[in-house]
Design a binder for this molecule. Sequence first.
Ligand SMILES: O=C(O)CCC(=O)C(=O)O
Length: 319
Amino acid sequence: MSGNVSQTHAARDGLDTAWTGDNNEWWDWYLTLADNGGDDSPLLELDEPPALPEPTADELEALLAEAYPVTPEQVAAFARDGFVKLQGVLPPAAVSRLRRLLTEHLAAGGRDRPAGRFTSDELMWTQSADIAAFVLSRRLGRIVADLLGAADVRVYHDNVLAKEPACGRTPWHFDDHHFPIDSQQVATVWMPLQQTPRQMGPLSFARGVDLHQLVDDVPFSTKDASYDRAVSGAFADAQVSVEDGPFELGEISVHSSLCFHTAGPNRTTAPRMVLATTYFADGAKVVPSPTLVSGEWQQFLPGAQPGEVIDTPMNPIVS
Ligand SMILES: O=C(O)CCC(=O)C(=O)O
């Protein structure tokens, strides 16, 4: 399978330069590129989910070591559509534990979380063995390896993505454009940590792994929402099917780096908490020229140079 498809337009789009801020600043900037169309509908009143009794250490260890049975139909759907949604990957008690861990992680980092903000952090697995138990679990890693048809996958990064009440849309994009990984065997697990109705901004997917070709000529703008608007218009014109349904507790999605996706605004009074973890097939290299939209990628691949096979201590095999 050939590598990253997005390197060619970096110069055209003014992206052939490095990001100089941190990753939180990156997300703040990135969300300014979404077309929000003046949505000021009233926020749906939702409480934060109640804390549930958590699994014991033995129960959790057994759960996270157990492979989730991915069916041949799900593998075929992932290859065709570029994404799949899987129910019951974690039981509610384990989701509740993970939500508590990530909430405490953000609080310990002194993060204020004002309404309207997209609060994020990454590399949490390097700071907390409890969070690492999820991020580096066979449970998640094996799902991605099976969907990608890879013998083994490595972790690229973890992210907590807290879309606070009244935060706007996430712009249409595909991750191949961002990740400095020279492979198409790259995928992200997106795991909401509460029931996530449409009003909260669940991740939404354009159905079709090759759809990026439809919008290949759309210039990326680093300044305004024109790219988001143009992609949205092109998909509407082509009557592309979009999966934008809610997520149940314990349900996850896995999307390929070639899959176009977006997320709606959070028009509820509760934060939309998510753990997103990205994995890639063992053996992948760093792209020749990482770009502005690769963010602070050196943090995730420390010491790895463009063109080199990725094999750093920050990218352990997880399957
Ligand atoms: O959570 C979001 O709104 C965006 C997440 C995303 O784009 C991703 O995980 O690839």
